[in-house]
Design a protein around this ligand. Structure first.
Ligand code: SF4
Length: 355
């Protein structure tokens, strides 16, 4: 069961308090390059991204982010370390969320100024603890960046904000180690009811990062932990969104785009099923409608799965049966399979609309 957390709002996106887990990403562009950053924000929005974060390294980036925010189709979160002036500038520029650890900002009066400006604009702050950059004192006390040390770090930052009377907070505790990350979030979720941003940081390339994220975030989400998520991949951030939704879809927590079912093939298969499946999946990548599409190799399990799906194909010898909601539409030749399936899905997606 989903753990109850308080609700905050970033732009028009509700986080926590029973809202569906939102999927976010971070631009890999130089924020000072407004054109490139906006292009990436739009590509992310097209892929279904709901919140976008941009790194703010200097004052030029802080000023640019205000202009980016003005044209962004998504709520924008500024990622800031150490410099309170950058935080004040992006808040003035109208950004929707801040990622900032108050303990890294220095003197208390500087944090107080940031909190005052955030409070005036109701801009939530994410405390983002990373196992790789824990405070020296905590490393000395715990010996290593353990789950307990990460939680202690997060609670220290939370205390600063609470002492300043601010509770529009969400928290993340990221490590590249899946088991440690899960342990840390489980521990933290017993101690606070602030919404949690979940992720496995520095998870790796698309292949390894997808697996680590699916395992780690899958465990947490199945435990009811996680109000917003970012999948971190060494690659195009658009892939992070696809992977994020696949994880949520696999757990039945969100519906978006194609739920793709295909068999692993075996000696019974008499068509190039791998080719057809890959082609169909790639061609349907941008479909938003929540439809189940099955590409099956033979008549053993094929018709069953294809019938259960919204649209499906079950292969035979050099041909296959095309199904729609369990009814056979027609027989198609192998060479026409991908086209026929894609055309039918696109037609149904038009009727259904986005999920
Ligand atoms: Fe083999 Fe048919 Fe199952 Fe595919 S659906 S794995 S071809 S038995």
């Amino acid at each position: 069961m989903k753990k109850t957390t308080r609700q905050i709002q970033i732009g028009n996106v509700k986080i926590g308090g029973g809202a569906p887990c939102s999927v976010q990403s971070m631009c890999s562009t130089d924020t000072r390059d407004e054109i490139a950053t906006l292009a990436q924000v739009r590509a992310l929005a097209d892929a279904g991204c709901e919140l976008v974060r941009c790194a703010v390294l200097d004052m030029d980036a802080a000023v640019a982010l205000g202009r980016i925010k003005a044209q962004s189709p998504l709520p924008v979160i500024a990622d800031i370390h150490f410099d309170y002036k950058l935080a004040l500038k992006v808040l003035e520029g109208g950004i929707d969320g801040l990622r900032l650890n108050p303990g890294n900002i220095g003197e208390r009066w500087k944090v107080a100024e940031v909190v005052k400006a955030a409070k005036e604009r109701l801009v939530p702050i994410r405390i983002g603890v990373n196992a790789g950059s824990l405070e020296k004192e905590l490393l000395a006390a715990y010996g290593h960046p353990t789950a307990e040390a990460m939680v202690a770090s997060a609670l220290g930052h939370v205390r600063i904000l609470e002492e300043l009377g601010y509770d529009q907070i969400k928290i993340s505790l990221k490590a590249s180690d899946v088991v440690k990350t899960v342990e840390a979030y489980r521990l933290l979720s017993q101690k606070v009811d602030y919404p949690l941003h979940i992720g496995i940081t520095e998870a790796g390339t698309i292949f390894s990062g997808t697996i680590k994220s699916a395992v780690g975030l899958g465990i947490l989400l199945a435990d009811g932990i996680g109000d917003t998520m970012r999948v971190s991949l060494t690659g195009d951030p658009v892939d992070e969104i696809r992977v994020g939704f696949e994880i949520l879809k696999a757990l039945g927590l969100r519906q978006r785009g194609i739920n793709f079912v295909s068999c692993p093939t075996c000696g019974r298969c008499q068509i190039d099923l791998i080719g057809v499946a890959n082609e169909v999946e790639a061609r349907l990548k941008s479909v938003d409608a929540p439809l189940t599409v099955a590409v099956m190799g033979c008549v053993v399990n094929g018709p069953g799965e294809a019938r259960e799906a919204d649209v499906g194909i079950a292969g035979g010898r050099g041909e296959g049966l095309l199904f729609r909601h369990g009814e056979v539409v027609r027989k198609v030749k192998e060479v026409e399979m991908a086209d026929a399936l894609v055309a039918l899905v696109e037609e149904m997606a038009k009727d259904r609309g986005p999920g």
